[in-house]
Design a protein. Sequence first.
Length: 227
Amino acid sequence: MPDALMIFAAGLGTRMRPLTETRPKPLIHVGGQTLLDRAIALGRAGGARRVVVNTHYLARMIADHLAGSDVAISHEPGPVLETGGGLRQALPLLGAGQGAVLTLNPDVVWTGANPVAGLRAAWDGARMDALLMLVPLARATARTGGGDFAQDDAGRIGRGGDLVYGGAQIINPALLETIPEAAFSLNRCWDAAIARGRAFGLIHPGGWCDVGRPDTIPLAEALLANG
């Protein structure tokens, strides 16, 4: 069962300006806790034993925040590597060769069942290369735009539909090996898994909120208060 977790914290946080002019988005407080601490706690409670955070923008602030913890840092000093490149760089810290890994976006909040625990319980590496936690569009608080995926009766996913990627997944790192570019999105890995019928989805039964802009913080805090 996968127990190594990558938390993506290297983004520039442009949608969250002006708050991110002086701090990285993962260190913004929501409900009395930073988004990064909330993500780490969620991962730990869900069974993650090894946690890695990547950094780029205002990296020193994140490093100082994590000082003294057992969270490893994968720093990206050059151009942003995006989600796929960032994950590939972090694999040695996650335990290269250990198999599938968890990833988590810190800029969302969840209520209800722990999504990390749910993914770990549902993972089947014999038939899956990717398992994404999905949220129905109607329950995706602060989501802008439409859905990302549809799902068949067997749980396999395809593009289109009214299911939103919630920002938590398990993925087989072998999907990263065929992409030559240093910087790339994990969307390319998902498309490869979809083409082979090895991309699956799991519906989150609780609440979810995208914390992407300053005006979404009160929505996230209201969700947490009622969760």
